[in-house]
Design a protein around this ligand. Structure first.
Ligand SMILES: Nc1ncnc2c1ncn2[C@@H]1O[C@H](COP(=O)(O)OP(=O)(O)OP(=O)(O)O)[C@@H](O)[C@H]1O
Ligand SMILES: [Mg+2]
Length: 250
């Protein structure tokens, strides 16, 4: 199958007045349409930098990103991004935060609102349409951010540790929510995480990066049956995968 996204021999150097800081080094892998890929690696290894390349917000110093056969040179509406922090507008309601990207493109208010209501439903926030971010929990804020990223019906969803700040129970609920959304729309997902079990529970494939500069350390298929459930975490198959991913990281 033709990949929807590929990173090809990408290196990224940040200027630092001292010859530059090499964040990513000759990184290459392909992502198939509908695939759920998790990327894991030590702190500072370049995961967020890699996601910025996939979002088109930044260009690699060498190499390229290919999106549907064409070099990706700027952000695209069909690639939605959720960063580690929800970054909601505090003065806007849930609905208004979700419609923001549509407003910026002058989509008529009615159409934008009906789309936002659909998404509120999808991410399980019905009843909170008019709440402001200060009245939401961390998990609810992240749901709004996910809804906002879905507003353009993107084909690809990029997630940068979206559940990093959530407590363990909320995180588990969000995993199930994300799997439900993915199951329904089969978007391509690239998600950065620090959590080995999160990566295995969600992904079709786990990409392991080395410490900085980020290079491809391992590319492990996760062949656990779907739909995934939290109970799978306790199976021997899951345990074996944890050991395998941990070995690749260390
Ligand atoms: N805008 C920037 N300008 C200069 N250096 C940067 C910039 N963004 C990141 N870096 C550097 O690039 C390296 C990789 O950073 P990055 O944020 O991609 O890592 P990460 O794997 O996402 O880390 P974490 O797991 O802690 O989020 C780090 O050494 C960081 O200091
Ligand atoms: Mg990061």
């Amino acid at each position: 199958m033709t990949p929807v996204l590929s990173i090809q021999h990408a290196s990224l150097v940040y200027p630092n007045g001292n010859g530059g800081l090499l964040a990513l080094d000759n990184l290459s892998f392909d992502v198939a349409p509908g695939e759920f890929v998790c990327v894991i690696g030590p702190s500072g290894c370049g995961k967020s930098s890699m996601l910025k390349l996939f979002s088109g917000l930044r260009r690699p110093t060498e190499g390229q990103i290919i999106f549907e056969g064409e070099p990706l040179v700027h952000p695209r509406r069909r690639i939605g991004v959720v960063f580690q922090k929800a970054n909601l507008m505090p003065w806007r309601t849930v609905l208004q935060n979700i419609t923001l990207p549509l407003e910026l493109e002058r989509v008529p208010g009615e159409a934008a609102m009906s789309r936002a209501r659909e998404l509120v439903e999808l991410v399980g926030l019905a009843g909170f349409e008019n709440a402001r971010p200060r009245d939401l929990s961390g998990g609810m804020e992240q749901r709004v951010a996910i809804a906002r990223a879905l507003v353009h019906r993107p084909d690809v969803l990029l997630l940068d540790e979206p559940f990093g700040s959530l407590d363990a129970l909320t995180r588990e609920r969000m995993h199930l929510e994300l799997l439900r959304i993915w199951d329904r729309y089969r978007k391509t997902v690239i998600m950065v995480t620090h959590s080995i079990s999160e990566a295995i529970l969600l992904a079709d494939r786990v990409i392991v990066l080395t410490a900085r500069p980020g290079r491809l350390r391992a590319d492990l298929p996760i062949r656990l049956p779907r739909p995934r459930t939290l109970e799978q975490v306790f199976t021997p198959e899951f345990g074996a995968l944890v050991t395998q991913v941990r070995a690749a990281i260390e």
